[in-house]
Ligand binder design. Structure first.
Ligand code: IMP
Length: 196
């Protein structure tokens, strides 16, 4: 099973508690310091250029907002929302765009901003979709990288932190739409999603 953690049954009565987090992996302070480093690196690499951050909703929104404020080259931001067709089709990489970009990215330097790269299928799909739009360049920046479950090679230019093979929440990442507001990234207790 590819995504044992993804709730097909969203429980609206799920109560969020700090106790649901079994281990804090990345504190708010560590995240903030790493975001500043990434922003400085991106600003150096794109010196003299104008970039557009393409942020993948909803999970990457907090990371994007923080990263954006550390980038010193001229930049704009646009959002895309993506969905898979379900557990089975995820493995085949079938994803669809639920909300497309508002503006054209033709001839622009695009930096795709993701929350976490797991199998890599979502980001690969997005890279291809953006490349087909006659852009000047495409690079990727992911807050987290979970390489243990990769199903396809994916080009990651900037990565915040590598995480182990566990379901993580916080700093934008959810389980059943909960926990996005945690200021840190932590491992969710398997009991919460019915795993082991
Ligand atoms: P991929 O196509 O398997 O790389 O899936 C990436 C997407 O799966 C991310 O953008 C997240 O929405 C979701 N995802 C994967 N792992 C986690 C996790 O540990 N916590 C929360 N969401 C996750």
């Amino acid at each position: 099973m590819l995504h044992p953690f993804r709730p097909e049954h969203l429980s609206s009565d799920l109560v969020q508690s700090d106790k649901d987090v079994q281990e804090v992996l990345i504190t708010a302070e560590q995240m903030s310091a790493r975001v500043r480093e990434l922003g400085a690196q991106i600003s150096r690499d794109y010196e003299g250029k104008d970039i557009v951050l393409v942020s993948v909703l909803v999970g990457a929104c907090i990371f994007t907002a923080d990263l954006l404020r550390t980038i010193t080259v001229p930049c704009s931001v646009d959002f895309v929302a993506i969905s898979s067709y379900g557990k089975e089709t995820r493995s085949s990489g079938v994803v669809r765009i639920l909300k497309d970009l508002d503006d054209s990215v033709e001839s622009r330097h695009v930096l795709i901003v993701e929350d976490i790269v797991d199998t890599g299928l979502t980001l690969n799909y997005l890279i291809d979709a953006i490349r087909n739009r006659n852009v000047a360049s495409v690079r990727t920046c992911s807050m987290l990288d979970k390489p243990s479950r990769r199903l396809t090679k994916v080009e990651l230019d900037y990565v915040g932190f590598e995480v182990p093979d566990a379901f993580v929440v916080g700093y934008g990442l959810d389980f059943a739409q909960r926990y996005r507001n945690l200021p840190y990234v932590g491992i969710l207790r398997p009991e919460v999603y019915g795993g082991k």
